[in-house]
Design a protein around this ligand. Sequence first.
Ligand code: 16G
Ligand code: ZN
Length: 530
Amino acid sequence: MKSNYFNNVVNSEYSRKNDGHIEYGTAGFRTKSDILEHVLYRMGLLAVLRSKAKKAAIGLMITASHNLEPDNGIKLIDSAGEMLEVSWEMIATNLANTLDSDLISMLVHISTKENIDLSVPATVIIGRDTRKSSPILLKAALAGIKALNGHVIDLGLVTTPQLHYIVVCTNTDGAYGDPTLQGYYSKLAAVFKSIRGTEINNGKYISELQLDAANGVGAIAAREFQRYLKDVLDIKLFNDGSGDLNHMCGADYVKVQQTLPLNIPSEKSVRYVSIDGDADRVVYFYIDGNNKFHLLDGDRIATLVAAYFKELLETSGLSLQLGLVQTAYANGGSTDYISNILKVPVACVPTGVKHLHKKALEFDIGVYFEANGHGTVIFKNTTKEAIKNQIKNEMLSTTQRVASSKLRDVIDLINETVGDALSDMLLVETILHAKGWNVIEWEKSYNDLPNKQLKVRVKDRNIITTTNAERHCLTPVCLQEEIDKIVLKYSRGRAFVRPSGTEDIVRVYAECESSSDVNKLAMEVASLVY
Ligand code: 16G
Ligand code: ZN
């Protein structure tokens, strides 16, 4: 009897204390931390079922990323280190919202419908960020896992990408790397050092950066990298956990406000890096001689990385398909540059890592980045094989061999499971070093169009529905027509509106050629949604 198996799950400590509806959204459940305990408990239960269904370890991360301290959240990481399968998002939502009295029957329903063999052992690997509420929520998740006799590996404080990495290492018996934090640091540090060689600086590149860690869990990881890389890269750490999490700092703040984060000394032409509260997003920035702030966001990182891979592929003589995936938020300047100058195929998909990741899998080498700094590069297994075979090819010239070996090495620097702020940062540093570039040289590749993002509070954001990778509104009827009319008035104008998947708001994005007009364009479009 399946229901016997679930007899222990009713636990009054974790009863559903409010009847508001909660949804497993783009990045899992995310809301005020004080209403999440029962959700964590139930996700502990669900993680055990998912682990049994996949016959592999599952990850459970407690974080609300770039949100402020009072929020928290949870997301499940699937067995191959990727985001939870879409069909299980709905299962998670249903389980989180079910009445306490229906909990057992819901669990029976899930395990029957998904054909889960309950005798299979389950392992859940847990990580959490530095929020004050995380230990309480951890306790709830642990109670859920234990109620179904799941085995727990508690990693303690880790960045989201570290957890993804450890899940994939665990499930591939170490083929992707050693499934420990030490394994993570030593793999990335070793390859970073070996690619860099003995020339620490090169041309205009100086091996020194200032890192804003958003006062989050990334600061802990950054300290480890400071230690591992002390001879080759000087990382000066700010917002190192001693201040308020994500408060006027971190990648999201810097990207949206386009300004320096709190506590960073304003020095001219220095390479600054900001990561977010769980270290899966990264942006670069600098201040020029006129005190002007310059942002090098996910689009810039994507183009830098794609151009680097294109060059290596051409030099190595390998014929592999490179592609880049963006979202509607990608600056038009970057899309023009990728398509017309780099001539790399570019695809646009809806917001959210799962969409980008899935599309990038279609290429032999898929680079994906959201403008907000979340992204990575993924390689097909056949690509890795082709690179290895190319190195063995005795007919190669030395230049071809060097480029092929660089390709092989750089793959090891990348966390393919998900966007990883620190691994991305090491990749950017490697490319800038190879090119002998400072941030100014990097920025010269193309010009961003001036752009503006606004948040609009509405009664029901879900009346807005979109299509064509969120670039066009389907409903309310006529809204798109009105947007088009406004956009037409602006040279190189583009704008779209979409309901947020993480906040109860509608987001407006606008870009156009003139920086003095862009605010007006954004306001005009926003006024259509009020
Ligand atoms: C989440 C997504 C991020 C996306 C953002 C959009 C993941 C891991 N994270 O943070 O990719 O850019 O949501 O938020 O998928 P929005 O829907 O509120 O604009
Ligand atoms: Zn994040």
